[in-house]
Design a protein around this ligand. Structure first.
Ligand code: ZN
Length: 244
């Protein structure tokens, strides 16, 4: 009788833990600035994913006033160069490890940026036996389209909401729909900075794409289409996640 009870309880634990593992999913979004990573991530957020960028993680450290947060607060939006290795090792991976262990559904935006980071991330995921739940998505767009989008990008100076004067305009010109604060053009959203970011992408993330391609874990999504069709691809991808 006791043996049966033990068997029954172990079976319940087995099913509970495997159900939990199935809940975990992660999308790694890679693409040029202006490729549409943010829009794609928004669509996945609607489906219960937590959106994580290295900038967000560092902002959290600044808020908590940690030594590393204060030391690197000026690096947060420096998208034309790589974050220092110290930040990646001690902050980004620590937070990622916690979230992976909690089996949160995650979107990584623009990370990993080097093959070394990709390998370490693989190691983290595989140590939790969750490798099957990760999809790497390359959002493909012609360079001239990406640049037009970047030039038209505005963000709210107060809440950070992103607008696009071509495709996602605010209701009142120059004002945030949510908090009515003035919209600004970020210093890095200009031609000079765009070209620097593309150079950096070609020197770094291109190798990450080759790495995932060689592991047969790279899905290409074309973002040069209507927002509705583009967003629909995020929904289809997530609905067929387990069949890919
Ligand atoms: Zn706002």
């Amino acid at each position: 009788m006791i043996q049966r009870l033990i068997l029954f309880i172990s079976l319940i634990f087995f099913f509970l833990s495997s159900a939990e593992a199935q809940d975990f999913r992660m999308y790694i979004l890679l693409g040029y600035p202006g490729s549409g990573k943010g829009t794609f991530a928004e669509a996945l957020k609607e489906r219960g994913y937590k959106h994580l960028s290295t900038g967000d993680i560092l902002r959290e450290e600044v808020k908590k006033k940690t030594a590393i947060g204060l030391r690197y607060k000026n690096e947060i939006d420096s998208s034309s160069r790589l974050l220092p290795q110290e930040v990646i090792r001690t902050v980004v991976f620590n937070q990622l490890q916690e979230l992976i262990e909690k089996k949160e559904k995650l979107i990584l935006d623009g990370f990993p940026k080097t093959v070394e980071q990709a390998k370490y991330l693989d190691h983290l995921i595989e140590s939790c036996s969750l490798g099957q739940s990760v999809r790497v998505v390359y959002i493909d767009v012609p360079l001239n389209v990406a640049f037009k989008r970047i030039e038209a990008r505005r963000s709210c100076g107060k809440c950070g909401k992103i607008y696009n004067l071509l495709a996602a305009k605010p209701k009142i010109t120059g004002k945030c729909d949510i908090c009515n604060a003035s919209l600004i053009q970020r210093a890095c959203d200009n031609a000079e900075s765009f070209h620097k970011r593309i150079l950096l992408f070609n020197e770094t993330v291109k190798h990450v794409l080759t790495y995932y391609e060689s592991k047969k874990n790279l899905i290409k999504i074309n973002s040069n289409k209507s927002i509705k069709d583009f967003i629909n691809q995020a929904n289809v991808l997530d609905e067929t996640h387990d069949n890919i």
